[in-house]
Design a protein around this ligand. Structure first.
Ligand SMILES: Nc1ncnc2c1ncn2[C@@H]1O[C@H](COP(=O)(O)OP(=O)(O)OP(=O)(O)O)[C@@H](O)[C@H]1O
Ligand SMILES: [Mg+2]
Length: 317
């Protein structure tokens, strides 16, 4: 999949909004590519262009080797889409929903039944396949959505925020389902607001903001952009947080270490891991500050996002 200098503006005059502002993406076959960005970054707009649902103003987008604007039929034939909001019939069972999709795609009655059975099995829905969808939990529903988007065994699957609104259990189930697809050779483009989701699933991640790519790499490469590892200190007594932050700042050379009062946590980047650890232990003890925990760790993608955009990643509703 190839995207070059893709542009799309909605509205005109005062209300003009550049949803895509020169977006570039390259996604090799058989990989999972994460598109990570805050609300309004242009993720859904990009997915709509790539799935032929929306014409771009300019730029080039090729999916499975076909141009989305000049060969939309060829593209549609090869893709599956899991939209931000899915279209299941609440009164029908999971199995009936899948069979219906299969018949819509001309699989025939028997072909549709066979495919529905395979997919229910694959996504751990074989036992609940007979229940009406309205009785499904959020996670089961999302897995059924995923199954529906795979009826035609697409070469490329688009997942637009597949786990937004799910609880952690539902999210893990969906991740498992996505991982099992990749083994089958499907190329996946996944949009998400959850840094951990991109971290867990994606081979490469494009961070987008304001309709353009602001960084790209594996999760590890993006974390390396922020540079240093970090030291986290949790103080036993919340009252001593500011004093401890001053100590950590002095040891690490960080101007103002990040603090989180609720968690009694201080966090700062370190240049030399072991020296910083030893020196922090010594300096806290010298200052008479009791630490409950001291740990070295890699930066999180949240910190990457803050570093890249200058604003923290919003927590999804
Ligand atoms: N049909 C439309 N008409 C007008 N503006 C639109 C339309 N679709 C999207 N936009 C605007 O374009 C920008 C990008 O929207 P988009 O839906 O692509 O963001 P997103 O990254 O998917 O966000 P979210 O994480 O909230 O789903 C936003 O400012 C949005 O308000
Ligand atoms: Mg969206």
């Amino acid at each position: 999949m190839l995207v070059r200098d893709l542009r799309k503006t909605f509205g005109r005059g005062e209300g003009r909004k550049k949803a895509l502002d020169g977006l570039d993406l390259t996604v090799p076959r058989g990989t999972v590519h994460g598109v990570l960005g805050p609300n309004g970054a242009g993720k859904t707009t990009a997915v709509r262009v790539l799935t032929t649902l929306l014409r771009p103003d300019s730029g080039r987008a090729e999916v499975a080797g076909f141009d989305v604007t000049t060969r939309p039929d060829q593209v549609r034939y090869r893709i599956g889409l899991l939209g931000q909001h899915a279209a299941l019939d609440e009164e029908l069972s999971g199995r009936q929903n899948l069979e219906l999709f299969g018949r819509l795609y001309h699989l025939g009655g028997r072909g549709a039944a066979r495919r529905a059975g395979e997919l229910l099995e694959r996504f751990g829905l074989a036992d609940t396949g007979g229940k009406a969808v309205r009785q499904y939990s959020g996670g089961m529903r999302r897995r059924l959505d995923l199954a529906a988007s795979l009826i035609m065994q697409p070469e490329i699957l688009f997942l637009d925020e597949p786990t937004t609104g799910l609880d952690p259990r539902g999210r893990t189930d969906v991740w498992q389902a996505v991982r099992s697809l990749v083994g089958g050779g499907t190329t996946v483009l996944l949009t998400t607001q959850y840094l951990e989701e991109a971290d867990q699933l994606a081979d490469r991640i494009s961070v987008i903001d304001g309709g353009r790519r602001i960084a790209e790499g594996s999760a590890d490469e993006l974390k390396a952009l922020v540079g240093a590892d970090r030291i986290d200190v949790i103080v036993r007594d919340g009252e001593r947080l500011a004093a401890a932050a001053a100590v950590v700042g002095a040891v690490t050379g960080a101007d103002r270490p990040a603090t989180d009062a609720d968690r009694r946590l201080i966090s700062a980047p370190v240049a030399d891991r072991m020296a910083a650890l030893a020196e922090t232990v010594r300096a806290l003890s010298a200052a008479g500050i009791d630490a409950e925990d001291i740990a070295l760790r890699r930066p999180t993608l949240d910190e990457v996002f803050l570093h890249l955009t200058g604003h923290p990643q919003e927590t999804a509703a």
